[in-house]
Design a protein around this ligand. Sequence first.
Ligand SMILES: C[S@@+](CC[C@H](N)C(=O)[O-])C[C@H]1O[C@@H](n2cnc3c(N)ncnc32)[C@H](O)[C@@H]1O
Length: 217
Amino acid sequence: MADNDSRQGKSYFNKAILDWTAAVHAPHDAGLQQAFDAPARHGLPPIQVAPSEGKLLELLLRLAQARTVVELGTLAGYSTLRLARALPAGGKVYSLESDPRHAAIARDNVAAAGLSAKVEVLEGKALDVLPSLEAKGPFCAVFIDADKENYDRYGRWAAAHVRTGGLLLGDNAFLFEELLDDTPRALAMRRFHEEARAAFDTVCIPTPDGILLGVKR
Ligand SMILES: C[S@@+](CC[C@H](N)C(=O)[O-])C[C@H]1O[C@@H](n2cnc3c(N)ncnc32)[C@H](O)[C@@H]1O
């Protein structure tokens, strides 16, 4: 479709269409469904990635033949499972989570999905925990989905610790329609976008809230 027609700028997102296409292309088995439902069941915020976004993460990791992934922001482990499913035997997701209750629920969901051998949930603020992972790098991918104020710092860490050809993935890259605002977290998110270009070949995928994808040079 040409983008210079009268529809330019119009959003085509429609919940019924998103739900239908997710059911066709990104269905849940029992493990994924348990993790996806866990925030609502446990009174956590329902801020996990959508099913199609989770499947996109899974496919991108498979395309990159990823074996090791660092995830920032576990919540109840839904995206963690999507990442882990993409890895071969012996692969590992290190998922960082600052809230001990979220981490405990995520570990239960990972175990229920039979993926504990591929996942370590590490508790603590990401900036405190990341240095302890550095000796295990370079990593095949970093998926950023934690506090938005620190995305620029997380992006710098990824630039230093992702292997050539590895992936940078950043959720909420449109920052809930606040990306162009004059706030500390909008400035941090714009720095994340701009600085990522130096180390990665990048695109911002226009999912409902944007996913920044970079391939390490
Ligand atoms: C959007 S949720 C993650 C959703 C998850 N990636 C998914 O899609 O299933 C963000 C998570 O990051 C955690 N978080 C917030 N600040 C953090 C920090 N500084 N370090 C690590 N985790 C953090 C929150 O407790 C929350 O569980």
